[in-house]
Design a protein around this ligand. Structure first.
Ligand code: SF4
Ligand code: SF4
Length: 363
């Protein structure tokens, strides 16, 4: 019975294509009043939208619920349908304009997938949102494989002020195995970086970001290298957390331990905000952080501020982090990986316990 209903829904959704239709994160749908419900402890600062095509995505990233060759397609589709409901794009644009007039929208993000229609549709969708709510800043989360200099310029012209790039992997080998030829996917590490630097030149300092996932098989050293590389070139590095999706090739891989996640969040903060020098971080023979040479007082301050443990994401028009992605890296009821709000003193107490900092930082 359930399967029949799902199949009918799937059939109906496979005809509702972008640019006329768009998927929206459940949190953003609630924020716009398209879906009932309230978020626990926070608002949703960014309206995250995703293109919809019947095939999902023609790329084949091993960890992604939209991948071309994912096994267990029915369960997977149900995951996407529940978390990313589908609406007509003009209705979503209208709701964004309404929300902007009644309290404001931090940012809108339009995410591409790998599809022959995706560039043209991204331009159309960006214009649709920009025309409806010209003051709302827009990020285009692009598929670098589809990009070139001309299209990047057209996206800017259509109204986007930030380019997001799903680099995802923190080193070339992990990229090859999870997104490139090793996963029968179209993506190329060097081309992703080439597009990142072209976008950086066109959009300006910190108007381009790389999504980096912790937990795909990289070492701490790989992550630290990417953080320093991005910082040097004024590109934002945004940390995401691997969370196994049912039905994907990596569904059985464990998430990385929470102590590792917390330490990486803290070290990233020390690198980006406290100018921690590269040589202050030591690694063991497996490439994991063994010692951080930072004064305890500074470390304590960075923890107490709490920002290090919040979601990494694009800012609103005042420079305050907008893309907080509630439930983006954890399920309701699970521990937070990245907090979509400022952690309070009780949260910080837990974070300190999770981090087991005394192993890597000594007084
Ligand atoms: S390109 Fe993006 S949407 Fe497509 S399979 Fe890879 S991660 Fe998923
Ligand atoms: S950080 Fe958020 S708003 Fe920025 S590109 Fe990524 S998903 Fe989009």
């Amino acid at each position: 019975m359930t399967t029949d209903i799902l199949t009918m829904t799937e059939r109906s959704e496979s005809t509702k294509l972008s640019p006329d239709y768009v998927r929206i994160s459940a949190a953003a749908a609630m924020e716009l009043g398209l879906k009932p419900g309230r978020l626990h402890r926070c608002n949703c600062g960014c309206i995250n939208l995703l293109q919809n095509y019947p095939e999902g995505c023609f790329a084949n990233c091993s960890y992604c619920g939209l991948a071309r060759e994912r096994p267990g397609i029915a369960e997977l589709n149900s995951f996407i349908r529940v978390d990313w409901p589908l609406y007509p794009t003009p209705l979503v644009a209208e709701k964004i304009a309404e929300r902007e007039a009644n309290g404001g929208v931090g940012r809108v993000c339009i995410a591409q997938v790998q599809d022959g229609r995706a560039n043209e549709d991204l331009l159309t969708m960006t214009k649709m949102v920009h025309d409806a709510a010209p003051e709302v800043p827009i990020s285009a989360l692009i598929t670098a494989t589809l990009m070139d200099r001309e299209i990047l310029a057209e996206i800017k012209e259509a109204g986007a002020d930030i380019i997001g790039i799903g680099m995802d992997a923190a080193n070339e080998e992990v990229f090859y195995n999870t997104r490139g030829k090793g996963a029968k996917g179209p993506h190329d590490w060097d081309y992703h970086w080439e597009i990142t630097y072209i976008a950086r030149e066109m959009y300006g300092p910190y108007r381009v970001n790389c999504h980096i996932i912790i937990g795909l098989g990289e070492t701490d050293k790989d992550l630290v290298n990417v953080f320093y590389k991005c910082k040097k070139d004024q590109i934002s590095a945004y940390l995401f957390s691997f969370n196994p999706e049912p039905g994907t090739a990596m569904q059985d891989l464990e998430r990385q331990p929470i102590d590792r996640h917390r330490r990486i969040q803290l070290v990233k903060q020390l690198i980006e905000k406290n100018r921690l020098p590269r040589e202050a971080i030591e690694f063991d023979e497996n490439g994991f952080i063994s010692h951080v040479g930072s004064p305890l007082k500074e470390v304590d301050k960075a923890i107490e501020e709490g920002d290090a443990f919040m979601t990494d994401g694009c800012p609103d028009r005042d420079g305050v982090m907008a893309c907080n992605r509630p439930c983006g890296s954890y399920r309701p009821g699970e521990e937070y990986r990245d907090y979509p709000f400022k952690p309070n003193s009780k949260d910080l107490e837990l974070i300190r316990k999770e981090m087991q900092l005394s192993d890597i930082i000594t007084a």
